[in-house]
Write a protein that binds this ligand. Structure first.
Ligand SMILES: [Zn+2]
Length: 321
């Protein structure tokens, strides 16, 4: 059989030379720019990150991501806006490595704001591990009277790390707004002390451009009622159902006021509470609100530029609005 090796035409040789020189020029340019001090560019690692080949410590310019990290029947929500990161809750005790792996795989090396919604183990279970491993800018939680302060190991471990690392801790006060890059996080609840820890959940509304998210922790219907009469804007494109889809939260009136385009249910497969309960599911079906369950979809991630909202899930593909 005849070999065609070495039988390039003059035109092919010219193209090959041009391509080789272009590749060399790009390589040198990237290397040179990467070496100029003061330029926020880390050479090839930034290019790999831009191509999605390596974890990027920042979101795309002008975008925000909301990750409902699948930690079973528990909450752990990561919000990224360019180089700023917010974490709401930290799963169950024992989830620390999994959460830190997830954060690490997204190039996250610090948390600007951390919210502990309430002191139950399915929300602050691995909080001590997470805040011990990463620098934390500010920590938000509900303050409780001395007599109500939990004595569980998860809570005391969390307090120990907050104290040892001298992390700035603030009480979540309704109406207060925190900035995360150009995103805003407004505290909606709690309004008062309660013997039911679920009802001291820090409820927040996150806005970025025209898009909004409401994160409810495990706040029950009593708190929903207080929010309905608070005068705060409650509408959102995405609602994290209260209390893993329990019927002790997620009242008809509250869901109708939030009027979400999507609902997320942070429920774990085969959980002993029967979450999510049938009533909230029936309500979502009745209102034609698509809902995404962590036990079915795994990690659920929304990305927005302030207008478009993109949803991708670990197990169930991608849809676009
Ligand atoms: Zn919970």
């Amino acid at each position: 059989m005849a070999s065609y090796r070495g039988t390039y035409t003059a035109k092919q040789k010219k193209i090959r030379l041009i391509l080789t020189l272009a590749a060399l020029a790009i390589f040198l340019l990237v290397e040179l720019i990467g070496r100029i001090p003061g330029i926020p560019f880390n050479g090839w690692s930034d290019i790999y990150a831009a191509l999605g080949l390596a974890p990027s410590p920042v979101t795309a310019e002008g975008e925000m991501e909301v990750h409902f990290i699948d930690v079973g029947n528990a909450d752990c929500i990561l919000v990224r806006q360019e180089d700023k990161n917010l974490l709401i809750d930290a799963g169950e005790r024992g989830d620390g490595d999994e959460i830190l792996d997830y954060l690490n795989s997204h190039g996250i090396t610090a948390l600007d704001l951390v919210v502990a919604t309430h002191p139950h183990a399915d929300h602050i279970g691995a909080m001590a591990d997470v805040i011990d491993a990463l620098p934390v800018g500010k920590f938000l939680m509900s303050f409780m009277p001395e007599s109500e302060t939990p004595t569980t190991a998860t809570y005391l471990d969390m307090l120990e790390v907050l104290d040892r690392k001298e992390i700035v801790v603030e009480e979540a006060v309704p109406g207060t707004v925190y900035e995360l890059g150009t995103a805003r996080l407004q505290i909606l609840a709690p309004f008062e002390e309660s013997k039911d820890a679920n009802d001291i959940s820090v409820v927040t509304r996150l806005t970025f451009g025209d898009r909004a998210f409401v994160f409810t922790g495990d706040a029950g219907t009593k708190v929903e009622k207080q929010m309905l009469s608070s005068g705060y804007t409650l509408t959102a494109d995405v609602l994290k159902l209260g209390h893993h889809g329990s019927n002790t939260s997620n009242s008809d009136a509250f869901i109708r006021r939030v009027d979400p385009a999507y609902a997320v249910i942070t429920c774990g497969e085969g959980n002993s509470y029967g979450h999510p309960h049938q009533e909230p599911i029936d309500l979502l079906l009745d209102m034609d609100i698509p809902f995404y369950r962590a036990d079915v979809y795994g990690h659920i991630v929304f990305t927005t530029d302030g207008k478009e909202l993109t949803l991708s899930t670990q197990k169930g593909g991608t849809t676009y609005e």
